[in-house]
Design a protein around this ligand. Structure first.
Ligand code: RET
Length: 259
């Protein structure tokens, strides 16, 4: 099974590529967590929660990258011990709803609107991850495609909410904020799109179950996407919080040299 990939079949170069990308993921999560937890104090109180959630996302990912790294190294050293891909899905199950929450939190929308968005986005994101997992560990491309297609339905629903419904709320935001939120949405679709592509690598590369190159490609794809979707995204949320703080409070803008 793919999810139980036998890492002892990797060449030395392939092993190093995965080792290094996982190490890069770990370092990025560590640095971003510290930066965001410290920087939350630098925005107005009502935007702090969004930054704290962003830091919590990278903290959860920091823990999982440590476990993934450990599992990878142990699986390579011990014949018959397999690499555990479930850590990623547990990570996503926790972090994807939180990423959506931080996006909604930073907008500081009226309570009714916020609740309505959250109550639809959170279950949809959980369904997307849960439906993807059986396909991730499937040995054959048939079930992989089937679970992938099922998981794509909530994925499309999330995009519909973010690109159609959220657009209505943006009309009430200051111009600079609404422009940054639009860029944030583009960042989201560009990075989230990397996950299904990485997932499909065994199919795209014709390198099905147990294929070493598809395994390496998937680890690189998921890790780079995680750094962009969690770290860069969290830092963009921080930027939006600063812009909104400046728009709400001229004393803040003056103190921060933002006009
Ligand atoms: C799966 C299965 C195949 C179909 C689709 C998928 C989408 C995954 C996504 C994951 C996003 C993860 C993030 C993690 C960062 O914290 C599950 C690969 C559509 C969009 C943003």
């Amino acid at each position: 099974m793919n999810g139980m990939f036998d890492v002892t079949t990797l060449s030395a170069d392939q092993f190093n590529a995965v080792y290094n990308i996982l190490s890069f993921g770990f370092a990025s999560m560590l640095a971003t967590t510290i930066y965001l937890y410290i920087s939350q104090a630098r925005v107005l109180a009502k935007y702090r929660q969004a930054i704290v959630i962003s830091g919590t996302v990278t903290l959860i990912a920091l823990y999982h990258y440590w476990r993934i790294f450990d599992s990878f190294v142990a699986a390579h050293a011990t014949a018959g011990s397999s690499f555990n891909e479930a850590y990623r899905y547990v990570d996503w199950l926790l972090t994807v709803p939180l990423l959506l929450l931080e996006t909604i939190a930073v907008l500081n929308l009226p309570a009714g609107e916020r609740k309505s968005l959250v109550s639809r986005l959170v279950p949809a994101s959980a369904a997307m991850i849960i439906l993807g997992y059986p396909g991730e560990i499937a040995a054959d491309n048939g079930p992989k495609m089937m679970w992938g297609a099922l998981s794509t339905l909530p994925f499309l629903y999330i995009l519909y909410i973010l690109f159609v419904e959220l657009t209505k709320s943006l009309e009430t935001q200051p111009a600079e904020v609404s422009a940054t939120v639009k860029r944030l949405r583009l960042l989201l679709i560009a990075t989230w799109g990397v996950y299904p592509i990485s997932y499909l690598l065994p199919v795209i590369m014709g390198d099905s179950a147990g294929g070493a190159s598809a395994f390496v490609g998937r680890q690189v794809g998921y890790t780079v996407a995680d750094v962009l979707a969690k770290c860069l995204f969290g830092l963009t949320i921080y930027k939006i919080a600063r812009l909104k703080s400046a728009a709400d409070d001229s004393a803040y803008a003056a103190a921060e040299g933002m006009h």
